[in-house]
Design a protein around this ligand. Structure first.
Ligand code: TRP
Ligand code: SF4
Length: 330
């Protein structure tokens, strides 16, 4: 047994290269947890198929790109189990078995279900797999008997469902096989997109973690500042300016100074942006170089996933043996 605080599992869909919003919304939390918990970090490629089954071409590349981002940002496969969902077939078996005891109404009332049916256009999502998305997620979590799941707020209903399913299972088969996992809400740092909306791939306003540092100044120049500042010495309001949000993260030491000079109009936006760009470049530089190492050595990521898959399967297999026993399959 390890001396850790418990078992954590989290997952991300392989949507390609991650951006600063992903880093400061989720990944940073994952990195911090590695020392305190037994962490399982899963690339959920089956979940990606629930919406992209018609066009799966990019999933494989996306898995790779995402794992490179994880490792470049500090996920350490020596500390955390980094693996791909489809490498551990036990997730699918548990999903199937849980589907036997999951009332349809529990899935239909999950808020993300109806929202996404309305929001995602141009694809037929009236599928069995899409309805079952949160149940597959429950299987991801329960198969490692995770005690907690770090996620963003939007995912909280899925973890709640997971708890209900764990409870129902334990009750039906009169054995406490599954702990009820807690939701650990990600600590979030606000990184607005280049157009001052939420940073999101679908808005086309992101800064990718893998952006070459030399391209950063041009991106920062596109950012929206306080629109009330016309002349260089107009007093500004940093709190409505996306550039200031970046100072908050990347230039903490001088934050007070930047705020003051903006408010009194003694610094121009061009100069203010230059300073943020430099800090952001310094931040991304080591990440960029780590990424290059992985890109130059394609086998490395394969090995990490193979190794992680092996560790994950060993744990999942044990859980499934108990599950089969109580469900009288053996
Ligand atoms: N549904 C999650 C998301 O879209 C991804 C996910 C799949 C997940 N399985 C998980 C998250 C298990 C936490 C735990 O972000
Ligand atoms: Fe934003 Fe800086 Fe311009 Fe103030 S000076 S509005 S913080 S870019």
């Amino acid at each position: 047994m390890s001396d850790k605080k418990g078992i954590i599992l989290s997952g991300m869909r392989p949507t390609g290269r991650l951006h600063l919003g992903n880093l400061f919304g989720a990944l940073e939390n994952w990195v911090k947890m590695q020392d305190d918990y037994d962490c399982y970090y899963c690339v959920v490629d089956w979940h990606a198929l629930t919406t992209d089954y018609e066009n799966p071409l990019r999933i494989r590349d996306n898995v790779r790109e995402m794992v490179i981002d994880w490792l470049s940002c500090g996920i350490d496969p020596q500390k955390a189990v980094v693996f791909k969902q489809s490498d551990v077939k036990e997730h699918a078996e548990l999903h199937l078995l849980l589907s036997m005891l999951t009332p349809l109404s529990w899935l239909e009332r999950v808020p993300t279900y109806k929202e996404q049916l309305q929001q995602i256009k141009g694809r037929n999502l009236f599928t069995y797999g899409f309805l079952g998305y949160p149940l597959l997620q429950a299987a991801d979590i329960l198969v490692y008997r995770a005690n907690a799941v770090p996620v963003g707020e939007d995912q909280a209903p899925h973890i709640e469902l997971t708890r209900e399913i764990a409870r129902r299972f334990n009750h039906l088969y009169q054995k406490k096989i599954f702990p009820e996992p807690e939701t650990l809400l990600n600590v979030y740092k606000v990184v607005p997109g280049l157009d001052n909306r939420k940073m999101s791939k679908s808005y086309n306003n992101v800064i990718e973690i893998s952006t070459p540092p030399k391209e950063i100044p041009a991106k920062v120049r596109m950012m929206i500042t306080d629109p009330g500042r016309i002349k260089k010495d107009d007093p500004g309001n940093p709190h409505i300016c996306s550039v200031f949000a970046y100072h908050r993260i990347f230039n903490q030491d001088n934050l007070g100074e930047v705020e003051e000079s903006c408010k009194e109009g003694s610094i121009g936006c061009v100069e203010c942006k230059k300073s943020v760009a430099t800090h952001l470049q310094n931040f991304l530089d080591p990440i960029y170089h780590r990424r290059k190492e992985f890109e130059n050595n394609p086998l490395l990521i394969k090995e990490v996933l193979a190794e992680g898959g092996k560790k994950a399967r060993a744990v999942a297999r044990e859980t499934m043996e108990e599950v089969r026993q109580v469900m009288k399959l053996v």
